[in-house]
Design a protein around this ligand. Structure first.
Ligand code: ZN
Length: 341
């Protein structure tokens, strides 16, 4: 039988896991005392949370189906979440009246929730990124199938069509899981977000190599892609089933991003691509936006932190990026048509 004290202990423990990450907020004794008391009583002062309802002998109140183990698990999580969140808000109010700035709790800034969404601004910007990729991908599809001339077998001249379609799908998948993760940060959503991002970054590096070195033959493409695919797969398995090492994952992602941006930028300059300026804007803009991740600042008005603003900056860059992809399709098509004549 789970008694109130073991639940309280569990709450303190689970809220205090972040102490290892050394976030100033959750290491604060007053915050931890608030969470411990909330775990015992289900209340902070006058406010009591419906997710924390315990009867006097510690048995959960409600019909039998509400006492199922799985439901109980979610219920505890929700109670934990309510306690941590409200203690954090109270503590932040105290800090503000003392003239102190905000601090992080469990590795995250104190965000204001909207309808239970943890980071509303990041969710909204992730959704807009997804919409931008959808728009870019659809207009790429329309351009190739209805605007540019087709071969006699009704196929496009552009030899990277299929690769860009996969890129579009992986991008939308990645932003979808980013929106889910920022809505509710649990182990599963975090792993899905990280895995999708790694898959997208790895794939776009392969695509950058194939396009810039003009690798056309199927066998050559497989030979280039195979070692990278093997590495990406191993890395995804590692972060999901062995250890989600944030530092190592960050290094892998940064190396993959910097490598592909450099490949694109050098290639576009080298071959005098007519739309190379778009690429350079994306590279420089993307590089500057990365600084936001380094100069991490707390959320303005409780919503707009550095990470959210970073997601906002990628919206116009995505638009420009798909515009470059379309220009490249036109550029290659006209080159192949000239060659065919
Ligand atoms: Zn994010």
């Amino acid at each position: 039988m789970i008694d109130r004290y073991s639940i309280a202990f569990y709450l303190v423990l689970s809220c205090a896991v972040g102490v290892l990450d050394a976030s100033a907020g959750d290491a604060d004794p007053r915050y931890r005392a608030c969470v411990a008391l909330c775990g015992k009583t289900g209340c902070i002062g006058e406010r009591c949370f419906p997710h924390c309802k315990f009867s006097s002998d510690g048995v959960p109140i409600g019909p039998w189906y509400m006492q199922e183990p799985l439901y109980l698990k979610w219920k505890q999580w929700d109670c934990q979440s309510d306690c941590c969140y409200n203690c954090m808000l109270d503590r932040e109010k105290e800090r503000e009246s003392d003239g102190d700035g905000p601090v992080k709790y469990h590795g995250k800034w104190p965000f204001t929730r909207v309808y239970g969404i943890q980071e509303p601004a990041s969710v909204a910007f992730s959704a807009l990124n997804l919409a931008m990729h959808f728009h870019g991908w659809i207009s790429f599809l329309v351009l190739l199938n209805y605007k540019l001339p087709l071969k006699q077998n009704k196929k496009a001249y552009h030899e990277y069509t299929c690769l860009w379609h996969i890129y579009g799908l992986l991008s939308m998948n990645s932003w979808f899981w980013s929106a889910v993760f920022h809505s509710r940060d649990v182990d599963l959503t975090e792993k899905l977000d990280y895995s999708s991002a790694v898959a997208l970054l790895g794939y776009s590096l392969i695509l950058a190599i194939l396009r810039s070195f003009n690798v056309k033959h199927e066998a050559a493409r497989v030979m280039v892609a195979a070692p990278l695919l093997a590495f990406i797969t191993t890395h995804i398995l590692y972060i999901n089933f062995y250890q989600l090492d944030y530092g190592w994952n960050m290094k892998v992602c940064v190396v993959m991003v910097v490598a592909q941006l450099l490949i694109w930028a050098i290639w576009a300059g080298w071959i005098h691509h007519p739309s190379r300026w778009k690429l350079w804007v994306v590279v420089i803009g993307g590089g500057l936006a990365m600084l936001l991740e380094i100069y991490d600042f707390p959320p303005y008005l409780g919503f707009f932190d550095a990470h959210a603003i970073w997601h906002a900056t990628t919206i116009p860059l995505t638009n420009l990026w798909w515009s470059f992809i379309r220009d490249d399709a036109e550029f290659q098509t006209s080159y192949l048509l000239k060659k065919a004549k």
